[in-house]
Each structure stands twice: as C-alpha cells, then as structure tokens.
Design a protein around this ligand. Sequence first.
Ligand SMILES: NC(=O)c1ccc[n+]([C@@H]2O[C@H](COP(=O)([O-])OP(=O)(O)OC[C@H]3O[C@@H](n4cnc5c(N)ncnc54)[C@H](OP(=O)(O)O)[C@@H]3O)[C@@H](O)[C@H]2O)c1
Length: 343
Amino acid sequence: MSYGSFELTYTAAPDRYTKIPYRRTGKSGLDLPAFSFGLWQKFGTDYPFETQREIILHAFDLGITHFDNADRYGPPHRAAQKNFGKVLAKDLAPYRDEIILSTKAGNPIGPSPYLSGGSRKSLLASLDHSLRDLGTDYVDIFYSHRQDDSTPLEETVGALVSAVQQGKALYVGISNYRPDRAHQAAELLREAGVPLLIHQPRYSIFDRSIEQNGLLELAEQDGFGLIVYSPLAQGLLTNKYLESIPEGARATNSTFLSPDAITETYRRRAAELNKLAESRGQSLAQLALQWVLRQPAVTSALVGASSTWQLDHNLKALEFPPLTDDELAVIEEHGVHGTGLNL
Ligand SMILES: NC(=O)c1ccc[n+]([C@@H]2O[C@H](COP(=O)([O-])OP(=O)(O)OC[C@H]3O[C@@H](n4cnc5c(N)ncnc54)[C@H](OP(=O)(O)O)[C@@H]3O)[C@@H](O)[C@H]2O)c1
C-alpha cells in the first residue's frame, strides 16, 4: 500500500482494540488506553531507530493509542519527536485519526529565556517547532510541562487556550503542578471555555506525593483526568535490579536514574514487594502497574519500554485479580515513599 510519497510496509493488527481497556479522562469525552506510551528515554539518537520503530508499532498493535512526547525528550532535545515523526510519516499516517499524540513545553531545552518556562512565547514557539518535528498539523494534547511561578498563570493558561483556538491542539494538560496551582489553572481554563483535560504527575509505589498532597481528590472534584508517569519508578519496581545492575539498563545509561539509587534499603524493600508479586503469580512490574491503575482517578499509566518484550510482559498486569486489603497492607509496609528517588 502507498500513502502520499511513502510505500507502507506496516499494517496495524486488526484485533488491536480487544487487548486493553480504555478509560474516560475525567469529565471529558476522551477515552485513553489504560497504558499510554512515553518516549522520554531511549528514543533519541542513543538507541537504534529500528528498535524504536518496532516498539512504537508494537505498542499500537497492542491497542496503545496514546503516545506521549515533549520538546525535551532525546537526547538531544527534540530528537524523540523527530523520530516519532518519522514513524508517523512512514507507518502510522493512515492511522493518525486513531492516535492521541501529546507534547509538552516549558521545561528548559536551552539557555535562551524563550526555551524555558511558562511564557506565551516559550509555549507557543515550542508547539510550532514540535508540530514541524512530528510532521503533523495538530497534537491531541498540549501540556504546560511544569509549574512556573515566575510567570503569571493567566499567561500560561492563555497560551494553552490559544493553542486550541489556533487548531494546533485539541485538548490541554498540565504536568508537575502542585494541587493549588492545578486548581487555579482548571478554574481559569474553565472560564476560557477550554476545560483542563488532564494532569500528568509522577506516581508509583515509591512516590506517594499525589496521595499525600490531595491531587487524587482534586482531580475528581475538578473533573480532570490523571495520567501518571514513571509507574515503575524507571525500572526500580521491576525485578531487574534485585541482584545486580544489568548492562544496558537505565541505571547504567541515564542521568535520570543513578546507580546510587540501588541501595541495600531499596533492594530489601523491592525484594519484599517482589515476594508478594510472586505469591500472586505475577512479576513485580505487573504488581506495580496494577497498583497505580487501582485508583479510580487515574485514567492511564504512562510507561516507557526499551523492548517489545517489556511491553508484552507489562500489559499482562491487567489479567490478575484485584489486590486484596491484606496485599495492599504489605505494599504499604514496604512501598516507602521516596525509596530510590532523589526527593
Ligand atoms: N511530565 C514529566 O515531567 C515526565 C517525567 C518523566 C516521564 N514522563 C513520561 O512518562 C513516560 C514513562 O516514564 P518512565 O520511562 O520513567 O516509566 P517507567 O514505566 O517507570 O519506566 C520504564 C523503564 O523501566 C524499564 N522496564 C520497563 N518494563 C520492564 C520490565 N518488565 N522489566 C525490567 N525493566 C523494565 C525500562 O528501562 P530499561 O530497560 O532501559 O532499564 C523502561 O524504559 C516517559 O516516557 C514520559 O512520557 C513525564
């Protein structure tokens, strides 16, 4: 089959919508897959493009319709969007209507004052650049990537509203905002007629911030969804670091996960959680993913993967019975907030 000037070699799996559930995002009309896929790590120039393409297409074949990106993802910055853009042009173009593509702006990507922060200039210039890199006319979700207290919230929100009004984004989101600012943003967006679709915080057995700071309740109250990132704590909530640090694992090649995170305390807690997972006939990764998805306020778990095997394995999390109160109590005991994280 050909599409535009490309000869297509990929055809999506016909049964792709039978594999994972889709969950409603807050009070919007948009459904997202229970698992969304992020291109933060290993989608830059440091990992083979053919492997990246294989993982992206495999994810789509598994029913993962949502791909999360940002101007910052690489290395270098912007590379992950360029690589996704290549796959979109060559393989996924006929399926663009079936894909929820997100991008973010506002985390620093260079020394210029316009390549960072929540100003109108920074957000809208980044969005235009991302659209060129992705090779698409619009993204489905445009995010303010981080709270910027040095910029009036009205300006940041105004830029998000403009993105929608200009037809460059269908929905808007915020990421890493504290609940008080998230609530203000939701109010301002509601007044502007562009409701806040979603908030993207970090959440895992080892990062309980959103349980402690009220964001889970706020999401339900304000009607936005939550898409939680790093639900495996970047791999710490798998069995890969229990004995050693394997060659090629993130703790060996990313500035975002130091081998120093693999302490004896971490290993002791992860081993206990692993024991619990094994007693349920599942892996620690599957337990950790099931655990974040048990929250009704969580629309989607935003995962990464460096192989198709990891995706297949992790999606099986959906096949196990719900966690019992006794099992949740064991997780409370060993899933100590801050473990392995630089908090
Ligand atoms: N908004 C923000 O500020 C922000 C910040 C961070 C992330 N995010 C988003 O969240 C997405 C996911 O973050 P994340 O990659 O940290 O999520 P994660 O799901 O916690 O970690 C994924 C990593 O764990 C390892 N892994 C996955 N499954 C495994 C398995 N079964 N066994 C062993 N290892 C396994 C892989 O790393 P290796 O194989 O390489 O070790 C994989 O890349 C990002 O891509 C991005 O879209 C957003």
